[in-house]
Design a protein around this ligand. Structure first.
Ligand code: PLP
Length: 357
């Protein structure tokens, strides 16, 4: 039995996308690929509001998150850490042999513009990383306010993970001054995993060009050289790029404003549901994510048992991540989801919950 996915990624994939993935194969050095690549990167530029480069990498997000560190950190990096994935990014930075410091926030709290300003004002750093939407805690940090601070530090590379937010709300990459914006496709884009997208500003490409130890697979300079021919350095996940092509068509057919409004509505819908059932939101209300709701299990429900029972009736449910597993649960409302999908899950939870009391 297929379990319908309400976990924060991978999420349900629309049948049109699965069909697009079955498109007969082409070679990546054929003109058919260049056409596909050109169309997809143009669509992504429109979606990301960038005139800069948009690259397609065959990896999960962490491949490029590591690549960005190797290409862009020269002197020292500051990693803003407010959950499991941003903590991991700090670890990845150190494992790449780079000098780095973590600025830590309690889980459930956002990265703040004040903390960014304080860290960068030390003059120690030429690179910063942050996660827009911390999927482990359901916290969305105030990217616009942070971007205003970043304007004061034009020599510091601004690297942002938008893995679980991109496309669900407006993230205008150029206006925000983001030097490298990175995301995988199995969350807010609702594609199967295996493709990562990243942008590179002119400044980022200049920095990369002078950087030692960029490696090959995620070398930004290689990506730029190949992109000039609508291509990738090594063989890309062509089936997923067909899927992205189809998903971009679907996204623009829905309309960006409508897509953002749908996600805002779903976020309200889920927050209302959990709070009206006696749970609390894990983040402070104004920092709640637009794509997943992380709730505090104040009713002390046996979440492992709930997850098991939901699995038996066809729903994949998440009972918290890392150190807050069991104390929180997360409901995803990203990708192609609508209220009717969430109602299916809510009805199942309502039926099962009395059995667990
Ligand atoms: C915000 C965020 N960043 C990074 C990752 C890591 O992505 P991947 O497993 O695709 O490398 C995830 C995965 O859940 C995530 O949610």
């Amino acid at each position: 039995m297929h379990k319908k996915l309400f976990i924060p990624g991978p999420v349900e994939v629309h049948p049109d996308i699965l069909a697009a993935m079955a498109t007969p194969m082409i070679g990546h050095r054929m003109k058919e690929y260049a056409e596909l690549h050109g169309r997809v990167t143009s669509g992504l530029k429109k979606l990301l509001f960038t005139e800069g480069k948009v690259f397609l990498a065959t990896s999960s997000a962490f491949g490029v998150m590591e690549g960005a560190i190797r290409n862009l950190v020269g002197k020292r990096c500051v990693n803003f850490c407010n959950g499991a994935f941003s903590d991991k990014w700090h670890d990845v930075t150190l494992r790449c042999g780079k000098q780095a410091d973590a600025v830590r926030f309690d889980w459930g709290k956002p990265v703040t513009p004040e903390a960014v300003e304080q860290a960068l004002a030390t003059g120690k750093y030429d690179c910063m990383t942050m996660i827009h939407n911390e999927t482990s805690t359901g916290v969305m940090s105030p990217l616009t306010e942070i971007s205003e601070v970043m304007r004061k530090f034009p020599d510091v590379m601004f690297i942002v993970d938008t893995v679980s937010s991109m496309s669900a709300l407006k993230v205008p990459v150029d206006e925000l001054g983001i030097d490298s914006c990175i995301f995988g496709v199995q969350k807010a884009f609702a594609l199967p995993p295996g493709l990562a997208v990243f942008t590179a500003s002119e400044k980022a490409l200049r920095r990369a060009a002078g950087m030692e130890g960029r490696g090959y697979y995620f070398d930004f300079v290689e990506f730029a050289a190949n992109d000039a021919k609508d291509n990738t350095p090594s063989t890309p996940c062509i089936s997923l790029i067909y899927a992205m092509d189809r998903q971009l068509e679907r996204i623009f057919a829905e309309g960006l404003e409508a897509r953002w409004a749908r996600h805002a509505d779903l976020a309200d819908y889920v927050r209302d549901w959990v709070t009206s059932r006696g749970f609390e939101l894990f983040p402070e209300a104004r920092y709640c994510s637009q794509t997943l709701t992380c709730s505090r299990n104040v009713r002390k429900i046996d979440l492992a048992a709930l997850k098991k029972r939901l699995g038996e009736v066809g729903f994949a449910f998440d009972d918290g991540y890392g150190k807050i597993k069991g104390q929180t649960f997360r409901i995803a409302h990203m990708g192609d989801m609508g209220r009717a999908d969430l109602d299916e899950l809510f009805n199942a939870i309502t039926t099962i919950m009395p059995e667990l009391a």
